[in-house]
Design a protein around this ligand. Structure first.
Ligand SMILES: C[S@@+](CC[C@H](N)C(=O)[O-])C[C@H]1O[C@@H](n2cnc3c(N)ncnc32)[C@H](O)[C@@H]1O
Ligand code: SF4
Length: 438
């Protein structure tokens, strides 16, 4: 999956493994859903800030105010770019003229105001700050952006407010400011507990940093703590992965995401693979690591609720990601961020300078949009919802009847009343099974 500005076809991998796109399955961290057909695509930018499909006063019609609504904030800064990552993020050297970290909060808040004009007061159930590395910004800036969302749309009672963080981009004081400022959940990019694996991934933290960051987060009062892991890094043995899982469990997280490393075109890592400097594991090894993750996390009381996500119980599920997986509404603030409201999707200009320039000129940062037709919507719902433990309603599944019975006979799905749910075997072959269901 690339991180360009428009929807692209998902890379369908032959065998294996839970859509290992490294982020939210089927959805990029900027809220973009992959694998969507580009039918209904509307070219051109609403340069006057008016959103196609909205009423003339700029308000979006057609979405019920009581449907769940989330806000994603994309913070496009990192201290160093990890070789495998193609997210829309910039180091200080890469950023260039026209955008600064210091001005980001005010720019993002300008988009928050545009959002409020378009959707009106609508309680926000979830806010997710992702990146990039949100915690590259001062905690006060993140709290200010969150405050603007609360002041305009209003946070729903008990709203989930998450930030992603790198273990070496936080300190005790910053975490306290975030918690006191309304953040309820933190997601640390741990990836591995093994030094040589972190080195291959070009991560900047060492394994010892992780328990310290987790301790600070707990002391600050974060009672929802998630960690991201990656498996299948070249050179990672089964024992290395086992060690990472053991260390992860020892941190007593409420939630774990574990994704297979994906080779993204155009990254430094992809060039190393092409030159033969590193070798990716085969599908069987990757599947074995998935099974090990499911077993170890399960034994520690973390149950799967989505192919690549495990949680202590239902209260620890990531409500924001569930909103993507269930095709609810969200607005993406920030450069390159994607939005989906009332069946319309749009995405912002990608570069932080172009994003800041548009908003400073009083224009919409939207680059392009599409309206999702019913057939595409159904297909996407099957793709995303069949990855959930709650399953996909049989009414949405195209292959009702014999094809479905065949998947059931082969032990790849369970059909339970009106839901189709992947079995463990089915989870290992998720891409292929989901293709059969769409
Ligand atoms: C884009 S990062 C943002 C948060 C933070 N900067 C971090 O690295 O943890 C979110 C997650 O995506 C993962 N990710 C990025 N590129 C990936 C890839 N090619 N394969 C698997 N995971 C990937 C990262 O490792 C991280 O856990
Ligand atoms: S720190 Fe996170 S967002 Fe930044 S380059 Fe690494 S994986 Fe990508």
């Amino acid at each position: 999956m690339s991180n360009d500005e428009g929807p692209d076809a998902s890379s369908v991998r032959p065998l294996v493994v839970p859509a290992a796109d490294g982020r939210i399955d089927g959805t990029a961290a900027d809220g973009r859903i992959d694998g969507t057909a580009a039918d209904g695509r509307i070219d051109g930018t609403a340069a006057d800030g008016r959103i196609d499909g909205t009423a003339a006063d700029g308000r979006i019609d057609g979405s019920a105010a009581d449907d769940p609504f989330g806000v994603y904030v994309h913070v496009p800064f990192c201290s160093v770019r990890c070789g495998y990552c193609d997210f829309n993020t910039y180091t200080a050297d890469e950023l260039g003229e026209g955008a600064t970290r210091a001005s980001f909060a005010d720019t993002a808040i300008a988009e928050v105001h545009r959002m409020a004009e378009a959707v009106g007061p609508r309680p926000v159930e979830t806010v997710f700050f992702g990146g990039g590395t949100p915690t590259q910004l001062p905690a006060e800036d993140l709290v200010r952006i969150l405050g603007a969302v609360d002041d305009t749309l209003g946070l729903a009672p008990g709203a989930e407010v998450t930030t992603e963080a790198n273990p070496d981009s936080v300190d005790a004081t910053g975490l306290r400011i975030l918690r006191e400022g309304g953040f309820t959940r933190i997601s640390f990019g741990v990836q591995s507990a093994v030094r040589h694996v972190l080195a291959t991934l070009e991560r900047t933290h060492d394994p010892e940093r992780v328990p310290q960051a987790v301790r600070w987060a707990r002391e600050a009062g974060f009672d929802q703590l998630s960690i991201d892991l990656i498996y299948g890094t070249p050179g990672e043995s089964l024992q290395d992965w086992e060690h990472t899982l053991d260390q992860a469990v020892a941190l007593e997280p409420d939630h774990v995401s574990a994704y297979a490393l994906i080779v993204e075109d155009g990254t430094a890592f992809a060039r190393k693979v092409r030159r033969g400097e590193v070798t990716m594991p085969d599908d069987d090894e990757t599947a074995e690591k998935y099974l090990l993750a499911d077993e170890r996390l399960g034994a520690a009381g973390l149950g799967w609720y989505e192919l690549s996500n495990w949680a202590r119980d239902e209260s620890a599920h990531c409500r924001h990601n569930l909103l993507y997986w269930r095709s609810d509404d969200w607005w993406g603030i920030g450069p390159g961020a994607h939005s989906h409201v009332a069946g319309r999707r749009w995405w912002n200009v990608k570069h932080p300078a172009a994003y800041a320039g548009r908003l400073a000129a009083g224009r919409s940062p939207e680059l392009d949009a599409e309206v999702v037709d019913d057939a595409t919507q159904r297909m996407e719902q099957v793709m995303l919802r069949s990855r959930l433990r709650e399953g996909v309603p049989t009414s949405l599944v195209a292959s009702r009847g014999s094809a479905l019975a065949d998947l059931e006979r082969r032990g790849l799905v369970d059909v339970d009343l009106d839901r189709v749910v992947l079995t463990l075997e089915g989870r290992l072959l998720a891409d292929a099974v989901v293709r059969d269901l769409t």
